[in-house]
Design a protein around this ligand. Sequence first.
Ligand code: ADP
Ligand code: NA
Length: 330
Amino acid sequence: MTKPRLFSGMQPSADSLHAGNYIGALLQWKQLQRDYDAVFSVVDLHAITVPQDPATLREKTRRTAAQYIAAGIDPSASTLYVQSHVPAHAQLAWVLNTITGMGEASRMTQFKDKTAKQGADSASVGLFTYPILQAADVLLYDAEIVPVGEDQRQHIELTRDLGQRFNTRFGETFVIPEVSILKETAKVYDLQNPGSKMSKSGETENGILWLLDEPSRLVKKIKSAVTDNDGSIHYDPVGKPGVSNLLTLLSVLGGTSVESLEHEFAGRGYGDLKGAVADAVVAEFGPVRERALELLADPAELDRVLAVNADRANEIAEATLARVYDRVGF
Ligand code: ADP
Ligand code: NA
C-alpha cells in the first residue's frame, strides 16, 4: 500500500534551529515520516525574499539540512532536499503567479505583518509572492497533507484555491492538499521574554535555546530564565508565562503531562524546576548537536546525501511540471 504524500519545509535562516523549531516542527516530522511518504525541504528560495549574504546562506542551508538529519529525519526513508536543487519550484511558481489575482495576493496577512514596521514599498516582490512559491512547493509533490502551524493556514487555503482553479481551467492536474493544522503542537516562548514566542529573530540571545548550543550554554540560559515572584509551580500561560514555558519544555521533552509535573513540583522551588528542564533539554539536544557536528565535519558526504535526495525530488517534481506545461500549452 502506498502511503499518502506529505510536504513540509523550513527556511535556512539561522546557523542553528531553536527549541521552537525542534518541538513545533522537527519532532512532529519525525513522527509523521513513519505514516507518510514525507518530503522535507530546506527552502532556500524562500530565504532570499529578504536580503542574504551568499556565503552565509550556503552555510545555513547545509547546517539546516544537517540538523534535520541529526534530529531524526531519515534521508533514506523520507525525501530531504534543498529547494534550489529542484528548478521546478520556480517554474511552477511562475505559472501559478499568472493565475493569482492581485487582490487575492494582497490579502495575505503574513506579508502585511512582515512589512508592518518598514512598510510594503521597501519589501521585495518576492516577499509579496512568497505564498505562491509555497503553493508550488506543495502542489509539485502531489502532497495530500501539509503539517503547518495556525499562522500558515491562509497560505494553505491559497494553495488549495490555486490548485482547484488550475484544475478547473486546464483540466485535472493537481492533488488538492488538506489543511492540516498542528493544533496539539506546543508553542515555546522566549526564556527572557516569555510573552513572545521563541524565534530566531528574537531580541535576547539568552532567551533562545539553540539546538547547536553547547550543553553548558543551554544550562546557563535555562537557569537564568525569567519567572515570577509568586513561587508556586503551576501552569498558567497568562499569569505565569515563564513558569508555564518551563513546564511545556519539560513536558514535551520528558514525555510527562503538565498535570503530573504540577503534582511532582508542588511545594518545590523554581530552581528545582529549572534543573529538571536543563537536564531534559541537554539530554535531548546534546546527541542531536553531536550528530549534526559530525555530519557537518564531512561536507562531501552530506552533499552526496542531499544530491541523491534532490534526484528523488526532481523525479516527482519534473513529472508534475510536465503535466502543467502540457496543460498550459508549452
Ligand atoms: P522563526 O519564528 O524562528 O522564524 P519559523 O517561522 O521559520 O521560525 O518556523 C519554522 C517552524 O518551526 C514552523 O513549523 C513553526 O511552527 C515552528 N516554530 C517556530 N517557532 C516556534 C515556537 N516558538 N514554538 C513552536 N513552534 C515553533
Ligand atoms: Na517566522
